[in-house]
Write a protein that binds this ligand. Structure first.
Ligand code: DAK
Length: 256
C-alpha cells in the first residue's frame, strides 16, 4: 500500500504508524485520518500484532486538525458529511494503542493522543487545546477525554485559555504515563509495546476493554464485567500456559 501522509512499519509484533506531513507539522487532514484508519484496520486484522504505536516527528506529534482544510467549510458541508467522523473510529479500536508524543500535540493532535490508551511523551512535548483562539471548540473528544485525564480545573483552564502544558506537568497531572528524553522516546515506547505484544492478546484486549468500562458504568457494573471476563479467560489456553510456566519457572509462550 502506498501511503501519502503516514508511514507504517511492523516489527516484533508491534505496528508503528508514523504521521508524515512534515511541512504541515503533521496537521490532521481528511487523508491522514483516513490513512491512519486504514493502517489500523490492517493491524487489527493481523493477530500477530499485539500493540500499536502512533508517533509523529521530533518537532510535532500533530499541530492540530488542518486549519487550511477546515477554514472554508460551511455548516452543511461539515454536518451532512459528519466531518471527521472517521477520527472517532480510532478510539474504538480493540488492540492497545500508545501515543509517542514529541513536540507539539495541539488541538486535534492532542485529541488523537488522548484517544490512545496511554501516552508516553518526550521532555519537549507541549499539549494544548487552543481551538478557542480560532473561534471554535475541541471537536474530537478534547473536552471529554482531557477532563477525564486531568480533572475539571486544568481542562477548563486549558480549553478556555489555550495554555500549553509541558511534559513535567502532563506527567504530574496524569495526562501522560511517562516522560523520556526526546532521543529516547521512540525506543522506550517500542520497548513497552513489545512487552505488551509478548503477552496473551486475549488477556491484553480484555484488560483494555475492562479499564475502559470504568468510564462508562457504575463501579458495581464494572466489577461484575471484570469478574465475568476473568472467569472467561479460564477457557483460553493462554491462561493454562501462563500459570503452568510460572509453576515450571520458565517464560510463558502465549499463542492467543
Ligand atoms: N493546520 C494547518 N497547517 C498548519 C497547522 C494546522 N493546525 N499547524 C501548522 N501548520 C503549518 C503552518 O501553516 C506552516 O505552513 P506554511 O506556512 O509553511 O505553508 C507549517 O505548518 C509550519 O508551521 P509554522 O511556520 O507556524 O511553525 P512554527 O514553528 O512557527 O509554529 C505552531 C508552530 C505549532 C506553534 C504553529 O504552527 C501553530 O500555532 N499551529 C496551529 C496550532 C493550532 O491552532 N492547532 C489547533 C487546530 S484546530 C472537529 C474536528 C477536529 C477539530 C475540531 C472539530 N469536528 C469533527 C467537529 C480540531 C480542531 C483543531 O485542531
Amino acid at each position: 500500500m502506498q501511503w501519502n501522509t503516514i508511514e507504517l512499519s511492523i516489527n516484533k509484533g508491534v505496528g508503528l504508524i508514523t504521521l508524515n506531513r512534515p511541512k504541515a507539522l503533521n496537521a490532521l487532514n481528511s487523508e491522514l485520518i483516513n490513512e491512519v484508519n486504514l493502517a489500523l484496520d490492517q493491524l487489527e486484522k493481523d493477530h500477530s500484532i499485539g500493540c500499536i504505536v502512533i508517533a509523529g516527528s521530533e518537532k510535532a506529534f500533530a499541530a492540530g486538525a488542518d486549519i487550511k482544510e477546515m477554514a472554508d467549510l460551511s455548516f452543511p458541508n461539515i454536518y451532512l458529511d459528519d466531518f471527521f467522523h472517521l477520527a472517532d473510529r480510532i478510539a474504538m479500536r480493540r488492540k492497545p494503542l500508545i501515543a509517542a508524543v514529541s513536540g507539539y500535540a495541539l488541538g486535534g493532535g492532542c485529541e488523537l493522543a488522548l484517544m490512545c490508551d496511554f501516552i508516553y511523551c518526550a521532555d519537549n512535548a507541549k499539549f494544548a487545546l487552543p481551538e478557542v483562539t480560532l473561534g471554535v471548540l475541541p471537536g474530537i473528544g478534547g473536552t471529554q477525554r482531557l477532563t477525564l485525564a486531568v480533572g475539571k480545573a486544568k481542562a477548563m483552564e486549558m480549553c478556555l485559555t489555550a495554555r500549553q502544558m509541558g511534559a513535567a506537568e502532563a506527567e504530574q497531572s496524569g495526562l501522560v504515563a511517562q516522560v523520556f528524553a526526546k532521543e529516547e522516546l521512540l525506543e522506550q515506547t517500542l520497548a513497552a509495546a513489545e512487552k505488551i505484544a509478548e503477552k496473551s492478546l486475549t488477556a491484553v484486549m480484555m484488560i483494555k476493554e475492562s479499564i475502559n468500562r470504568a468510564f462508562e458504568v457504575s463501579l458495581a457494573e464494572g466489577l461484575r464485567f471484570e469478574r465475568r471476563l476473568f472467569h472467561s479467560v479460564f477457557a483460553c489456553s493462554d491462561q493454562k500456559e501462563g500459570m503452568q510456566a510460572f509453576v515450571e519457572k520458565r517464560p510463558a509462550k502465549f499463542t492467543q
